[in-house]
Write a protein that binds this ligand. Structure first.
Ligand SMILES: Nc1nc2c(ncn2[C@@H]2O[C@H](COP(=O)(O)OP(=O)(O)OP(=O)(O)O)[C@@H](O)[C@H]2O)c(=O)[nH]1
Ligand SMILES: [Mg+2]
Length: 344
């Protein structure tokens, strides 16, 4: 298994244009036995629409960095013998689920494509013009007029990707949550040796074997009393309410910016705070991750790992020991994340 990082683009501006309608025709029936037949100009075809469709197969807007203009097909002009011009072809643009579409000028939201298969028309094609047969009147049996096709709608639109993270990283401040996000994805969050380095959630995409994409969210640290507003409070938990899996990160060396908190205590503090926020969130599937094993040396290291594996397994939880800095154990953790997500 290999994992790579991918260019992540979550905001683009593109130009969309519906096809123009074809013109209506001016023509008359000219048949052997009816040399002065009536008007027979066919209608023009309608222009095609530009349609956005959300797909779960895409996870970034990167394609739109290179191609920004999209035009649907024009309608064909009407023809003689009342032949209708062909309609222009629609153009379908696939965007990732979670794409919010806005008009670039007014900034009004046109659509929130939050489900697989959700779609919207962002530029309508123009209607085809009517041929001259529509314009015959009792006093004008041979009209020489027909309608022009209408121009297709055109505009610049903004595509904004609101990611819904699959995996949330939680833990006390300074546990190394942002360092882990950086180790797994191309995200480049602020990392520092003091609590509350992260002030708002960071997102990153983990790409496994070039096909599976997992969106991870790193949120600010949670401390005891957060439900009463201590530290940054619990408001950031709403960003991980829709995740499928939580990585509960614990500093295995027990050092929290000077004060010592053992892994079981650290785990309990965060769980109690989460329960205060939402019983449902606290019940979400978790993998416990003991970070900073590089700070331990043998034989203490193996003993600690065994001890905490056993401890958390009694709660039905898997425990993985890693170092987000040296990357030790990262590979196994990725396999475990993948397995859990596939089982869900
Ligand atoms: N030795 C060692 N240090 C680590 C490891 N992971 C993170 N650190 C260090 O721990 C400190 C905190 O790391 P962050 O990634 O900022 O921690 P955080 O959990 O995001 O912290 P907050 O955003 O404040 O909640 C930094 O000094 C990191 O360099 C690790 O595996 N080993
Ligand atoms: Mg952080």
């Amino acid at each position: 298994m290999k994992f790579i990082e991918e260019d992540f683009v979550d905001y683009v501006k593109i130009f969309v244009k519906g096809g123009d309608g074809g013109d209506g025709a001016v023509a008359f029936l000219r048949e052997k036995y009816n040399p002065k037949g009536g008007p027979a100009g066919g209608d023009g075809g309608d222009g095609g629409n530009v349609i956005l469709v959300a797909t779960s197969k895409k996870h970034t807007l990167i394609d739109f960095k290179y191609k920004r203009h999209f035009s649907a097909g024009n309608g064909e002009h009407g023809k003689g013998q009342n032949k209708h011009g062909k309609n222009g072809e629609d153009i379908i643009i696939y965007v990732p689920v979670g794409t919010v579409v806005k008009d670039a000028e007014t900034h009004q939201t046109i659509a929130d494509l939050d489900k697989d298969g959700a779609s919207c028309i962002v530029a309508y094609g123009g209607k085809g013009g009517r041929g001259n047969s529509h314009f015959a009147t009792p006093t004008n049996q041979a009209p020489r007029i027909a309608e022009k096709g209408k121009k297709g709608e055109s505009r610049w639109i903004i595509l904004e990707l609101k990611l819904i993270a699959d995996v949330g990283i939680i833990g006390l401040p300074n546990a190394g949550k942002s360092t882990l996000l950086k180790a797994l994805t191309r995200a480049n969050p602020r990392i520092a040796d003091y609590p509350f380095t992260t002030l708002s959630p960071n997102l990153g995409i983990l790409v496994i074997d070039n096909q599976t994409r997992v969106c991870l969210a790193d949120i600010p640290g949670i401390i005891e009393g957060a439900h009463k507003g201590a530290g940054l409070g619990l408001k950031f938990l709403r960003h991980i309410e829709r995740t499928k899996l939580l990585l509960h990160l614990i500093d295995i060396s027990g050092d929290y910016a000077g004060s010592r908190i053992s892994p079981d205590k650290a785990f309990k503090i965060v769980m109690d705070e989460m329960k205060n926020y939402s019983a449902e969130l606290a019940k979400k599937k978790q993998i416990v991750v003991g970070n900073k094993i590089d700070l331990l040396s043998e034989p203490e290291k193996s003993e600690e790992i065994k001890k905490w594996e056993k401890y958390f397994s009694e709660y039905g939880l898997k425990f993985y020991a890693i170092s987000a800095v040296t990357r030790e154990g990262i590979h196994k953790l990725i396999e475990a994340i993948l397995e859990e997500l596939q089982n869900l």
